[in-house]
Design a protein around this ligand. Structure first.
Ligand code: PLP
Ligand code: COI
Length: 358
């Protein structure tokens, strides 16, 4: 693919490696450039790296009215050799196309996605934040640009990749366990809907739930299925729990749960983690009873942005609180976090192909 480069003038670009003086947070910062491709006349065209900045979008663009838009979230890390490596980016490219298919958006070859992302990271490599626990968060997305108000798939799209020097999603990082609200009022997805995709609208639909969670002092809602009987996932991460024998359980992937690459990685690592990792249908009643009896000793969430986020307690809408173990980060969760992040940072070798040099 022939990528066109229209870079910022050298004097306006970062010239030294980014050494942040304060916590970078999650998703706040941008780098100098973005990668773009357009879809028109039935094909993806015009791959280019351009200065990061506003788009010109028609007020009637289909994405703005009907939410025909999908996105991804991936990360790149700096290893001890001072080079940048992406983590399982091929899986994100594959999933972007799965999400696209669910929203009738034309897919973009994985090879082209990876080439564009690598080109962008290469240009903005000085933006890698030299801060403990930070990385380059990669946000590829596709949105419908055709200026038309009838409800049918757009014939024009833009694929964009932006980068954000970021730390973990939950500001307390790994060390403080979060609380989740178990609610029967909010549902993230129903079978036959868009739950298995990273559709923009899924996140718009989670905002009210997020507000309700905050009113209970919780970070997010733990979504149940439509019958309020099964545990599904959290707005920005899959859910897991750990039994007292160390077994890690992740709810089975269905068409109402996003197939998390972090969960898949923990499943793939399996024995390397020194414990059994499996998926099953998780019934809420049994889950709560098993926490109360001590059969379940730890719980948390898996996600690219969230990494491994320990959950210390659950609160119900009647204010009943159920604490997992002693409510703090447990040793098993700590080990999962350590192994995953050590592989990402190249401190230990993961399965072949998981980290790719940029
Ligand atoms: N579930 C939802 C709804 C998400 O938004 C995310 C984040 O991407 C995840 C799960 C975790 O997926 P992954 O580990 O691929 O980032
Ligand atoms: C990610 O983990 O990359 C996500 O996309 C979650 C996001 C909603 C912050």
């Amino acid at each position: 693919m022939q990528i066109n480069y229209n870079l910022k003038p050298a004097l306006e670009r970062r010239t030294e490696q980014f050494e942040p003086e304060t916590d970078v947070g999650f998703g706040n910062l941008r780098t100098d450039h973005m990668f773009l491709m357009d879809y028109r006349d039935g094909q993806w065209c015009d791959p280019r790296v351009v200065p990061y900045g506003p788009f010109e979008v028609a007020p009637g663009a289909i994405a703005l009215h009907y939410g025909q838009s999908v996105f991804e979230g991936a990360k790149a890390f700096m290893h001890e050799d001072g080079e940048i490596y992406t983590f399982r980016l091929d899986k994100n490219a594959e999933r972007l196309n799965r999400s696209a298919d669910i929203l009738c958006i034309p897919g973009l070859s994985e090879a082209m996605q990876l080439e564009g992302i690598n080109a962008l990271i290469d240009v903005d490599r000085l933006w890698f934040p030299m801060q403990e626990g930070a990385c380059l968060y990669i946000r590829p997305f596709i949105f419908a640009t055709e200026d038309r108000l009838s409800v049918s798939p757009s014939e024009q799209y833009t694929f964009c990749v932006m980068l954000s020097p970021s730390g973990p999603y939950y500001s307390d990082g790994f060390d403080k366990a979060i609380r989740l609200l178990i609610s029967e009022r909010f549902h993230r997805a129903v079978s036959g809907g868009t739950g298995a995709s990273k559709a923009a609208g899924n996140y718009a639909a989670s905002l009210k739930a997020g507000k309700a969670a905050a009113e209970y002092g919780a970070a997010q809602v733990l979504y149940l299925d439509a019958s309020n009987k099964q545990i599904e996932e959290v707005g920005a991460m899959n859910h897991f729990h750990i039994l007292k024998d160390g077994t890690v359980i992740i709810p089975s992937f269905t068409d109402t749960i996003l197939k998390s690459i972090t969960s898949q990685s923990i499943l793939d690592l399996g024995e390397l983690l020194g414990c059994e990792v499996r998926q099953e249908t998780v019934m809420l009643d049994k889950f709560i009873a098993d926490i109360e009896s001590g059969e379940i000793i730890e719980a948390g969430g898996f996600g690219t942005a969230a990494v491994v986020s320990p959950v210390g307690s659950y609160i119900f809408e009647d204010n009943r609180v159920v604490t997992v173990g002693d409510g703090h980060v447990g040793d098993n969760t700590r080990r999962l976090y350590q192994v995953l992040t050590d592989i990402q940072k190249g401190k230990i070798e993961g399965p072949e192909g998981w980290v790719q040099h940029v």
